[in-house]
Structure formats: C-alpha cells, structure tokens
Design a protein around this ligand. Structure first.
Ligand SMILES: *Cc1c(COP(=O)(O)O)cnc(C)c1O
Length: 399
C-alpha cells in the first residue's frame, strides 16, 4: 500500500517542490523525526499492514464501490461515476487515515491522541478509532462550533473521548487548533497529534496521503474492471486536500487522465466569503508548512467561508500546491449555490444525499459533463454522506 506517485513524493526534508517542509521548532523536530521513522518502519511491517487491511475489510467496509450515476449524467455528455467513500463507517473518508494514525500512535507507545475539530467530522472519526483501539482521546472544539454541530458533539461524548470546549477568540477552528497544540506540547513524548488532512509539517502530508491512497488504488482497479478503460477526468473537493490526494494518487501516472480539484467559491470570489486557496492564495508559511494560502498584504491568513465547514481552511496541502505549479492538476471552484443545487440533484436523481463538501465536486462534474461527449467519463470522489447537513439544507432550500 506504500507506493505514492513520483509526482507527490517529498524530498528528504519533506518538501514537494517548493511546498511543505519540516517544522522549525527544535524540540518538535526531534519528535517529528521519531514519528517519521515509526511511520516508515510500520509501512514495511507486515503485521501493521495486515492489521490495517483487516480493519479496512471488516470494520470500515472497504472496498467502497464505484457507481455509474446514470440519472445524474447528462444525456449527451460525459458519464459520471462516483467513488462511494460516503459508505464508509462514520460516513466519510476520514476514518481511512484515523485508523492508521491511531494504530501508529499505539505502536509508538503513545498514551494519548489529541486533535482539534471544526465541524466535528475529524473528531468523530478519531474518537471512533480510539474507542476501537483502546486509546485515550482528547478533542478540542470551539464553543461556537459545539453549538452548531451538536450531533457530532454527542457522538464524541458517547464514544468516550474527552471533549475540551474552547471559548477563546471567535470560539471556532483556529482557537481549537491553538488549544489542542498547547495541550499536546505539555507532553509531546507521550502525546500523539492526529492531523486530519494532508496539512501541517512533515511527515504529516506524506503520511496522511499514504493512508488515503487506498481510495485511488481501489478506484482505478474498479473503474478498469467496469469499463475496460480509464476515466477521462477524476475530480474531488479540496479542503486540506486528503480525499482528493487519495483519489488522485491512483491516476497521477496515467498521462491521459485529467486531474481536477474543486475549491469552495462560497458566496463568490470577490471579498472574503470563499476559501479558494489555490485559485486566489499566495505561497507562504502557515501552521508550520509552506503552501498557498489566502492572506492579507501583511501575510496574515484571511478569514474564509464555505457552506461546507470541512472546506473552510485558508491553506491547502503541499502536494496540491506542487501539482498546480507543475500543471499536473488543475483547480476549479464551485459556489455555495452550485453546491446546494448539486446536493439536491444527487439526492433526487440517484437517492444519494452527499456531504456539502463532496457536493462541490459533483457541482463541477455537472458543469463539465455536458461539454464532453458520451464516450468520455468523470470519476468523482464522493468523500462523505450528507446526514450532518440535512437541517441546514432544509432551511436554505426552504423545503
Ligand atoms: C473533512 C472533509 C472534507 C475535506 O477534507 P479534505 O482533507 O480536503 O479531504 C471533504 N469531505 C468530507 C465529507 C469531509 O468530512
């Protein structure tokens, strides 16, 4: 399960082209090296790999199917296919890396796994993996987010994790990151910080991409078997970029396949009510790694917005920054309105309620497919299911 495409293999310092890189803090450099060594060793250990394989099959429910969405596809356009990550246990792709991270923490003899969560999706997946593997789990969450996302708060409580409400500042994700990091730094020898996407300092982007690469590996094989060929394009939504890189990795070495990431254009690209990082951001350092990020003239991260809370991050994984620069992937956008439209279309034409995040990639496919002929195809990563978004959708769509 190790092989990542040469397009997204980091150098010895954790850089993908100009992006990514090691943490600056000296104390943490040693710890990050430990994690990297443990990760590289584990990836060569049949016992670790077999345990992951067993959990994927019997716990997560892999392989997730590739589905030909016939009713969603336009009559005279490209065929749309979906990689059904929404069918995973806990309802999204995040369980893929959480299981591997917690298993790694356990091998390293760590006592506690920590993380922040925004909408609670990463928190729930991590609390799930920790319950399964008998690992102490501490999740930091802003008080404003806790109110908005109370079903996920309940899930985390039921799963037995320690939930730390963060009331500083705006009481959202940024403050939760600071709080979780502060708690982690009290004992980094015994704590393991579980990052929820392909972001942060080395080795996290490479590690999380490796854990998510199962998505693209399965999808390529399933698509070949179903159609006898490869898709014309593969598309996925990009927040931090983990579900996208997981799918993309399976196809990066196939020259004929176009790779498309879809960012949230929110309420439009003028002003700050979006999170279109690769489209409008500039390179710089954010949260301990180099990436494109949305910033003001002084280099401070800009406020961001998306209807999909899993996409509203001002930065993005270093692999995507590199793929953009070398032209191996292109990055498009979809607005909140297009997302809602795609959300309802997929629900009513196929009986699949997608997560708002995933609906951005569906929106792109719906826009693109009519421009292509029916012998062409677009494979979309359906990163998660929409259970968490139904109340908001009812409100916004006035149903
Ligand atoms: C968290 C989340 C995302 C965004 O994260 P990436 O790292 O960009 O994949 C996308 N879809 C769903 C369903 C999520 O929960």
């Amino acid at each position: 399960m190790n092989a990542l495409s040469p397009f997204i293999r980091p150098n010895d310092y954790g850089f993908f082209g100009d992006y990514g890189g090691p943490i600056e803090n000296n104390q943490l450099q040693v710890i990050m090296k430990d994690i990297e060594n443990a990760f590289r060793t584990a990836m060569k250990d049949p016992e670790y790999l077999e345990e992951i394989e067993r959990l994927r099959k019997t716990y997560v429910g892999r392989p997730s199917p590739v589905y030909h969405a016939r009713r969603l596809s336009p009559k005279d356009g490209a065929r749309i296919y979906l990689k059904r990550e929404d069918l995973n246990h806990t309802g999204a792709h995040k369980i893929n890396h959480c299981i591997c991270e917690v298993l790694l923490a356990k091998r390293m003899g760590k006592k506690k796994v920590l993380a922040e969560t925004g909408a609670g999706q990463h928190g729930v997946a991590l609390a799930t993996a920790c319950a399964l593997m008998d690992m102490e789990c501490e999740i930091h969450m802003g008080v404003v987010d806790m109110k908005k996302e109370h079903p996920n708060v309940s899930r985390m409580k039921i799963l037995g994790c320690t939930l730390i409400p963060v009331s500083e500042g705006a009481g959202t994700l940024k403050e939760a990151v600071d709080s979780a990091f502060g708690s982690y730094m009290k004992d980094p020898e015994n704590n393991f910080f579980a990052i929820g996407s392909v972001v942060g300092p080395a080795p996290y982007p490479d590690m999380v991409a490796t854990f998510q690469s199962v998505v693209g590996r399965e999808a390529r094989e399933q698509f070949l078997e179903a159609t006898g060929g490869l898709p014309t394009e593969v598309a996925a939504c990009v927040g931090g970029g983990s579900n996208a890189i997981g799918l993309f990795n399976g196809f990066l070495d196939d020259e004929s396949v176009e790779i498309v990431g879809v960012e949230p254009a929110g309420e439009g690209l003028e002003g700050h009510r979006h999170a279109a990082t690769l489209t409008l951001g500039k390179p710089g350092y954010l949260h301990g790694f180099r990436c494109y990020y949305l910033q003001d003239d002084a280099g401070n991260p800009s406020p961001v917005h998306s209807i999909a809370s899993g996409l509203d991050y001002p930065g993005v994984g270093p692999q995507h920054c590199h793929l953009k620069d070398i032209g191996r992937a292109r990055y498009e956008v979809a607005t909140d309105t297009e997302c809602l439209d795609a959300f309802l279309k997929l629900s009513r034409l196929e009986g699949i309620i997608p997560a708002f995040e995933s609906a951005h990639a569906i929106a792109y496919a719906l826009r693109r497919a009519p421009d292509l002929t029916p012998d062409k195809s677009i494979l979309v990563n359906l990163s998660g299911r929409g259970d968490k978004d139904i109340d908001f959708a009812i409100d916004r769509l006035a149903l």
